[in-house]
Design a protein around this ligand. Structure first.
Ligand code: ADP
Ligand code: MG
Length: 684
């Protein structure tokens, strides 16, 4: 099944998104990034440093600029909304309506209409520009159209300062490239600053919530930094960041080798030279351990400063600023003491509370460090598309299964879609059955493990058997996690059962079906889980969510996301509800094509704020682990919600018997064919 190989990010696949940008986009090049500071760039040749890396021959050229009305048209077409948050906050004290305030604070910077502009107008490092085209990124995606001009400086342009930036853009829309290109360019320019040649220290930090995402960013980064002289590395245990520190430090890491974490062993103290990488990529906790060795004992202990860090990037920023990671993320942020630090935050979902926290932290930090008002950079927010919705290319199915055992049946029906037996043509007969790869989410590690045990033998031996099914969660060793990730990317695993560990940022190219075996605990969680399919503009991805009687109280948030996403959908989403408590319709090959019924939306109860909070923190109660102090009723409820009833031995036996039966059937059919052949061998 070669199509499954498409899963790999590293297949060197040349045909990436065939995103057709409108022909009528002004192919204008040479525009200054922001309309109101539109100083035409010069075609001055930059002075070459003697040991500057390849790609220092920047010759920005300039040509005509699109008019503001053209820019407005492009922004509208690509659903780009850019707001100056400082201006917005200033006028929000006025008596104007909120809508007017928003309109007044909108800005219309020049869009990036082609990657060629990067070299021609922004003087991008030649090697970096070549790496972009070698990766077959031919045209920028919406988020790149909007944000690259904001973050890339035209060489020698003095009127504009790089802003702090908040970006909300859909899952799989190319945010990684949008923050990596300007960052690599910035570091490469810093290398060439007079007096900086040969100077090596950490200049930028990228934070991401999971190790899997960290390795993915490093791999993407390494493809883009090849031959640019810029180095980046994942933070590893035992690295040393500071001279004389007894703790870890980071190695120099400019090689192009892929990292997948299997080599994520402790760096030996002997080899632990001070880190030389320009860009560090890390989870908040790994970095905090390097900055505050006593963090575990005293969370409030001040981190050691990193005064040379000038860029701090939060990928999946809303998770990083969520209470779970907040103190660690803020500790890293406070360690970056440079007055010229720029922060950028990226996610498909940034709620107003997270935005408020980010804005407040930026402002508090400026006051604390006494950054002069004149040096305070603009604060810009970019939103692409409709906020907090799922991709329009994904079809959604909300399936009522009534009970936990109904879910298992539903899951099996997805894996083995039954062939139509009736002669009556069903309305959905032309819908192809869902095909692997499947990514299946459960609420807890224990449930992921239990579902794995249940489904382990569901793939027939001829198709690869139990090796096609795997489970991945944070209790596994880093080595096991990495090898499962690799096998899933390579198409060797067809069904990957996991927890929310893989719900954020992970780019598996070819995932066809996301299954919410257990409902996600937040609407944002739904957006991100569903976003593991339909990435990079791919069509045909589906997200199937099972819900039981107990989930009814929480489903409205998800239904609302689906309805909002459907509004931007070209064809209606595939959504079914079964009122009789079974999943006989609407999964597998039998999804009907209809919008979420308005009656269902009205019938679903609204979720109270406290219930929403409890769900986010603990998940659905019956799916939590049994605790000794649970009362009998709760224990019974939790036992009832367990996945599967058969022991491993029983399942193996059933599987063996099924195999033997299939084998004997095959032998009989073969013998029959043989006899038929012997009876009549045909004309030849
Ligand atoms: P996000 O962070 O927005 O969820 P990613 O950065 O992981 O999305 O990108 C999703 C996929 O789109 C990746 O496989 C990436 O290689 C691809 N991609 C990104 N930018 C482009 C582009 N300009 N052209 C083609 N493919 C792209
Ligand atoms: Mg991402």
């Amino acid at each position: 099944m070669d199509a499954l190989r498409l899963l790999s990010r590293s297949t060197g696949l040349k045909s990436k998104i065939s995103r057709t940008l409108p022909q009528n986009i002004p192919s204008a090049s040479g525009q200054a990034p922001v309309q109101d500071v539109s100083e035409p760039s010069t075609s001055r040749k930059r002075k070459r440093d003697s040991d500057a890396p390849e790609g220092d021959d920047n010759q920005p050229t300039n040509s005509s600029q699109p008019s503001e009305s053209e820019i407005r048209r492009i922004h509208k077409k690509h659903k780009i909304k850019i707001v100056d948050l400082n201006r917005f906050r200033a006028i929000s004290k006025s008596s104007e309506s909120r809508k007017t305030q928003k309109e007044q604070s909108r800005i219309f910077p020049q869009p990036l209409t082609s990657f060629e502009q990067l070299r021609a107008d922004y003087g991008l490092n030649a090697a970096l520009a070549r790496n972009i085209s070698d990766q077959a990124y031919f045209e920028p995606t919406e988020v790149q159209i909007a944000t690259l001009p904001l973050l890339l400086m035209i060489p020698k342009e003095e009127q504009r300062t790089e802003p702090n930036l908040l970006t909300v853009a859909p899952t799989g829309s190319g945010k990684t490239l949008a923050f990596l290109i300007p960052l690599i360019e910035k570091v490469s320019r810093a290398h060439r600053r007079p007096g900086a040649v040969g100077e090596r220290h950490v200049r930028a930090i990228i934070l991401a919530p999971t190790k899997e995402l960290v390795f993915q960013i490093v791999n993407e980064g390494r493809k883009l930094t090849a031959n640019t002289g810029v180095t980046l590395s994942a933070v590893k245990k035992g690295m040393r960041l500071f001279d004389g520190s007894t703790h870890s430090n980071v190695e120099e890491s400019g090689d192009d080798a892929e990292v997948n974490g299997s080599e994520d062993v402790k760096v030996s103290p002997k080899s632990s030279a001070i880190v030389k990488a320009d860009i560090l990529v890390s989870t908040p906790l790994s970095l905090v351990h390097l900055l505050c060795p006593s963090w575990e004992e005293d969370e409030g202990s001040p981190p050691r400063p990193l005064p040379n860090v000038e860029s701090l990037i939060f990928d999946e920023a809303d998770v990083l600023l969520d209470p779970l990671f907040r103190s660690q993320t803020l500790a890293v942020w406070s360690a970056c003491t440079s007055l010229s630090l720029r922060v950028s935050m990226w996610s498909a979902t940034i709620g107003s509370n997270v935005e408020e926290l980010a804005v407040q932290t930026i402002s508090d930090r400026q006051k604390k460090l006494e950054v002069p008002r004149s040096q305070r950079p603009p604060l810009i927010r970019t939103i692409i598309g409709l906020k907090d919705t799922s991709l329009p290319t994904i079809s959604h199915r909300l399936v009522y299964t009534a009970t936990e055992s109904g879910k298992l049946l539903g899951m099996r029906q997805l894996l083995h879609p039954s062939r139509p037996t009736s002669k009556v043509k069903r309305q959905d007969e032309n819908t192809p059955p869902p095909r692997p790869p499947f990514l299946v989410f459960t609420q807890t590690i224990a449930r992921a493990q239990a579902l794995y045990s249940e489904l382990q033998y569901d793939i027939p031996a001829q198709a690869g058997g139990s090796s096609r099914v795997a489970v991945l969660h944070s209790s596994l060793s880093q080595h096991a996690r990495s090898s499962i990730m690799q096998n899933f990317r390579q198409g060797k695993i067809w069904v990957l059962i996991t927890t929310d560990l893989l719900s954020r940022g992970i780019d598996f190219r070819g995932v066809n079906v996301v299954v919410n075996y257990d409902i996600p605990t937040t609407a944002a969680g739904y957006v991100h889980r569903a976003g593991r399919t339909g990435r990079g503009g791919r069509e045909g991805g589906a997200c199937v969510s099972f819900y039981t009687k107990e989930d009814i109280a929480y489903v409205k948030g998800i239904a609302n996301v689906i309805v909002a996403s459907e509004k931007t959908h070209r064809t209606p989403a595939n959504t079914t509800q079964s009122s009789d408590g079974t999943q006989s319709k609407g999964i597998g090959s039998s999804a009907t094509s209809e919008m979420i019924q308005p009656w269902l939306l009205h019938a679903l109860p609204s979720v109270s704020k406290s219930a929403r909070k409890a769900l986010k923190l603990h998940g659905v109660e019956s799916r939590r682990a049994i605790h000794a102090d649970d009362d009998e009723k709760t224990k019974r409820m939790k036992r009832k919600a367990r996945i599967g009833t058969q022991s491993g031995y029983e399942r193996r036996e059933t599987n063996r018997k099924r195999g033997a039966l299939e084998g004997s059937l095959r032998a009989k059919t073969k013998a029959l064919h043989q006899r038929e052949k012997e009876d009549w061998e045909g004309f030849e």
